[in-house]
Write a protein that binds this ligand. Structure first.
Ligand code: ADP
Ligand code: MG
Length: 266
């Protein structure tokens, strides 16, 4: 007997975790996202490439509810974030739904944004205890595990100022993971680091990917994209110019704009 896909109990797990359709976003008269469609399957890594100003950060911010969209729709794990057509709001989440969903999306920025007056451990424990009201001792135990996972067990009591940029960024990753996110967004996580510190951060991200975390990563690290990405998306001027496997988009770009960008970063 055959079942239609949607009737199967596990159908939800076959749909992409993130489904972005025809998203538009403007700041005043400046249209930053023109018509972006993009699907991110579960347990895969999507690398977003593109020149400065192409709209990569804005797109991540829309997925994470830091910005609203003007058109199109974004679905994360079956929950419709926003849906607008011809400027009309078709669907919008309530602030409560937004807060809940934001807790399930971890974000790591170029700048580490750690709380300077808190130790590494306190930074990681902050959200689970302060925001999600989880029990202190269990959260602390979990935080220590996460610090170990990012290679920083010996630095739990260090303050951000006592850590290198790469160590701070790994604390930031552990902090995002502490909320048990189903999706991790990385916005140029290694761009502010000294070159010798980049590798450790990328290694942590690689391991996360191997463990099955769904990730969208904005980066100019082409080696990471080649080795880790399931999908590479090249954006320019607020549109997706080209997308596909790393072999396709990086190894054999079809569009001139993609080719010259790849040449400029390799
Ligand atoms: P990228 O991350 O690819 O460099 P961004 O998404 O940061 O691109 O920015 C895309 C465009 O949107 C840029 O021209 C930028 O100046 C503009 N922009 C980004 N954020 C804002 C904002 N809050 N207000 C006005 N313009 C913005
Ligand atoms: Mg950016």
């Amino acid at each position: 007997m055959t079942h239609h896909l949607s009737e199967r109990p596990d159908a939800a797990h076959l749909s992409p975790l993130v489904d972005i359709r025809r998203v538009r976003k403007s700041y005043g008269s400046h249209q930053v996202l023109r018509d972006i469609s993009l699907q991110v399957p579960r347990a895969t890594v999507t690398v977003l490439l593109g020149p400065s100003g192409s709209g990569k950060s804005t797109l991540l911010r829309c997925v994470n509810h830091l910005e609203s969209i003007d058109g199109g729709r974004i679905i994360v794990d079956g929950d419709l974030i926003g849906y607008r057509q011809s400027g009309q709001v078709i669907h919008e989440m309530t602030p409560k739904q937004i807060a809940k969903q934001r807790q399930s999306i971890g974000m790591v920025f170029q700048r580490f944004n750690l709380f300077p007056h808190m130790t590494a451990l306190e930074n990681v424990v902050e959200a689970p205890v302060g925001v999600a009201r989880r029990p202190k001792s269990a959260s602390r135990k979990r935080a220590l595990e996460l610090l170990e996972r990012v290679g920083l067990s010996d630095f739990a009591k260090h303050y951000p100022a006592q850590l290198s940029g790469g160590q701070q960024q790994r604390v930031a990753i552990a902090r995002a993971l502490a909320m048990e996110p189903k999706l991790m967004l990385f916005d140029e996580p290694t761009s502010a680091l000294d070159p010798e510190l980049v590798g450790d951060v990328l290694d942590v991200m690689k391991e996360l990917a191997r463990d099955g975390m769904t990730m969208i990563v904005v980066t100019h690290e082409i080696g990471f994209a080649r080795g880790v990405a399931d999908q590479v998306v090249f954006m320019d001027g607020g549109v997706v110019v080209e997308s596909g496997s790393p072999e396709e988009v990086i190894g054999n770009p079809q569009r001139q704009r993609t080719r010259s960008f790849i040449d400029s970063v390799t």
